[in-house]
Design a binder for this molecule. Structure first.
Ligand code: GLP
Length: 240
């Protein structure tokens, strides 16, 4: 694993943006695996600023997202579909038809997971961006998820509901279930870029880099990926 430690969040976001912009410039038809959460917001800001300033072209780029809350349709303001449009897609010249995410409003969850797996098979990713949960989850693969998992429905861990409640009006509004890309599908991306910021991620980062490879820490599977880069700020790297 390649590890880049930055002095702060701003530098982390800039370094991550350099990597993504490099891929898009090199391959205008790139497939980007994207993530939600607060961690990539700085990166997304950098990508939009670069688009405005330098005109980097996303017209042929396809974007595939990791996960979505079950029960929230794409127009719900707390859905990840909405998050992606608001925080990234609306600021790029990407065609929304080329952006993919699980349908949180699907009536049949199992069928939705199958549909998403077929889609992932047809869209091999050039890079998969990841944040990390304080309990070591990636996407919504909570501790205990088999490394062989494909897209599936998850029951969110209590700590995840609590962590993510800051983006909702109240903790009672946080859905208890979600659809997530599985660890197997994440590992199939050609390259992986993990971002971590802040002291509350230090333990998870330590386990990701130096911990035992175990399903109790889903992120530890990334130690097995041949092309994985971790960018973290000094607070998140404190226990390395
Ligand atoms: C959610 C998302 C993850 C994300 C994690 C960390 O649970 N499903 O993909 O990595 O939150 O979020 P944040 O970046 O806000 O700390």
């Amino acid at each position: 694993m390649r590890i880049i430690i930055t002095k702060d969040y701003d530098e982390l976001s800039k370094k991550a943006a350099e990597i993504i912009i490099g891929i898009v410039k090199n391959k205008p038809t790139a497939v980007l695996g994207l993530a939600t959460g607060t961690t990539p917001l700085g990166l997304y800001g950098e990508l939009k600023a670069d688009r405005d300033k330098n005109g980097t072209d996303y017209s042929k780029v396809r974007a595939v997202n990791l996960d979505e809350y079950a029960g929230l349709g794409a127009d719900n303001k707390n859905s990840y579909a909405h998050f992606m449009r608001e925080n990234l897609f609306n600021g790029l010249n990407i065609d929304l038809k080329n952006t993919y995410i699980e349908n949180g409003a699907a009536a049949d969850g199992a069928a939705e997971c199958k549909r998403y797996d077929a889609l992932l098979e047809s869209l091999p990713r050039d890079i998969q961006l990841l944040g990390i949960g304080s309990n070591g989850h990636i996407a919504f693969n909570e501790p205990g998820t088999p490394f062989g998992a494909t897209t599936h429905t998850v029951e969110l861990a209590a700590s995840t509901v609590k962590d993510n409640s800051r983006l909702f009006d109240s903790i009672d509004d946080v859905p208890r279930k979600a659809y997530t890309m599985g660890l197997k599908s994440i590992m199939q991306s050609r390259s992986i870029l993990v971002l971590a910021t802040g002291a509350n991620k230090a333990e998870a980062v330590k386990n990701l880099v130096n911990g035992k490879i175990t399903e109790d820490v889903p992120a530890s599977v990334l130690q097995l990926h041949p092309d994985c880069t971790l960018i973290c700020d000094s607070a998140a790297a404190a226990l390395l």
